[in-house]
Design a protein. Structure first.
Length: 439
């Protein structure tokens, strides 16, 4: 079946047996007490999903298969002469559970290069949309057009054993990941560069080739893309894009349909769209104060004004994290090494110096620290990628690595259709009345 595929199946069989035994022996163990507030307020904090690829710790941040971002940046294979990890390595880790060798990473990269050809009807579907269409809408349309290539959908229609679902899902996931950079770059060049498209370079790694097709040849930007596509790939299973992909996949929708569901969620302003909101807030700050490099005092005043207007400071706060997002720190380290004098990048750092204390002083914010979105736009702008509406597409290309690796695991472990129980407000009121009467 292929070296990586065989190894993945071997590990999945072991894990599947382990889970079955665990459920048989401890399936009735209560994980947590679900409150009425949790049911109404987004199910926050309820452990109701299993995602093998990563785990988000409130104090330590994201860990991929137990490894922190600093550990991965140090241990992962890199491009020749590069300092940032190759995203292919993270996909290998999430899928197989082991730190890859350079040979492993090259194998993934070469596999994706061989599968990267995009059928002409996909480009035709994109061209059928007005150029003014938001890039995420074009991206979702292209993914749906790619669905005609689904091996899982074809095999399921013909009739396959449940134990073979994972194999066809794996094939679809590998092909989809391989083709996403080409599709995303086509949308970018169509919308922002007068349709002057750039052909892929099969000799480059996945991230560098993506940057090349976007039209950026600066090796430092390629390095930024390797970092960006690595740190945005996964954030355990409860976030909208990961959960939506898992949920739709649990209905045995093929990976294309499952992934486009996740991308529809990523396009929301409370999820992936937040990255463009941050840079727009920074630019409004610079414009209103009248300088590209406002002082910390000016920034503090603007933050207080933002809060007084009933608005949030975008890029700050997180549903789970209670410290500075390690993904923010990784980008800050990149900036200090590559563009320390950029005025917008410096403004991001100055906001970081003053925002947490102000936000914490309100007494209303559990996490006053920056998340990944607080920094990414400033770095992209430094290298000339100034089209803010496109930033979420970059996020989407990266997120494919995590959610599609998880989808392979979902099918290999035979996870069932997801169907949580819901209640009505009338039921809740009757429940409260009964509890009060009993008390």
């Amino acid at each position: 079946m292929g070296r990586i595929k065989d190894k993945f199946k071997e590990n999945a069989d072991i894990k599947s047996k382990e889970i079955k035994e665990m459920i048989a022996q401890h399936g009735e163990m209560v994980l947590d007490k679900v409150t009425l507030a949790q049911a109404y307020q987004g199910m926050r904090g309820i452990p109701g999903l299993v995602t093998e690829t990563s785990l988000l710790d409130a104090n330590e941040g994201i860990r991929f298969r137990g490894f922190s971002i600093p550990e991965l940046r140090a241990q992962f294979p890199k491009a020749d002469g590069g300092v940032e990890p190759l995203p292919e390595g993270l996909f290998y880790l999430m899928l197989v559970g082991e730190i890859p060798t350079k040979d492993d990473v090259d194998h993934v990269s070469n596999t994706w290069a061989r599968r990267s050809h995009v059928p002409n009807h996909v480009f035709a579907a994109i061209e059928a949309l007005p150029v003014s269409t938001h890039p995420m809408t074009q991206f979702c349309t292209a993914i749906l057009a790619l669905q005609t290539e689904s091996k899982f959908a074809k095999a399921y229609t013909e009739g396959i054993s449940k134990k073979d679902h994972w194999s066809y899902v794996y094939e679809d996931c590998m092909t989809l990941i391989a083709r996403l950079p080409r599709v995303a770059a086509y949308i970018y060049r169509r919308k922002y560069k007068d349709g002057e498209h750039i052909q892929p370079d099969g000799m480059l790694d996945w991230a560098a080739n993506f940057a090349h097709m976007l039209g950026y040849e600066d090796p430092k930007f390629w390095s930024l893309m390797r970092l960006y596509l690595t740190i945005h790939a996964d954030h355990e299973g409860g976030n909208v894009s990961a959960h939506a992909t898992h949920l739709v996949g649990s209905a045995l929708s093929d990976p294309y349909l499952s992934f486009v569901a996740g991308m529809a969620g990523l396009a929301g302003p409370l999820h992936g769209l937040a990255n463009q909101e941050v840079i727009r807030w920074i630019e409004e700050l610079q414009e209103k104060i009248g300088t590209l490099e406002p002082t910390k005092e000016q920034i503090a005043d603007y933050i207080k004004q933002t809060l007084a207007e009933g608005k949030v400071v975008p890029g700050y706060g997180h549903a789970v994290l209670r410290k500075t997002d390690p993904r923010f720190t990784a980008q800050m380290e990149f900036g200090k090494r590559n563009c320390p004098d950029d005025p917008t990048v410096k403004t991001v750092w100055n906001v970081y110096e003053v925002a947490p204390e102000i936000l914490e002083s309100t007494g209303k914010i559990k996490n006053p620290w920056p998340n990944v979105d607080a920094h990414s736009g400033a770095l992209l702008k430094h290298y000339g990628l100034v089209e803010e509406d496109f930033y979420t597409v970059l996020f989407g290309v990266s997120r494919a690595l995590g959610v599609l690796a998880s989808l392979c695991w979902d099918r290999a472990l035979g996870f069932p259709l997801e169907r949580p129980k819901s209640i009505t407000t009338e039921w809740a009121k009757e429940f409260i009345a009964k509890q009060m009467k009993t008390a």
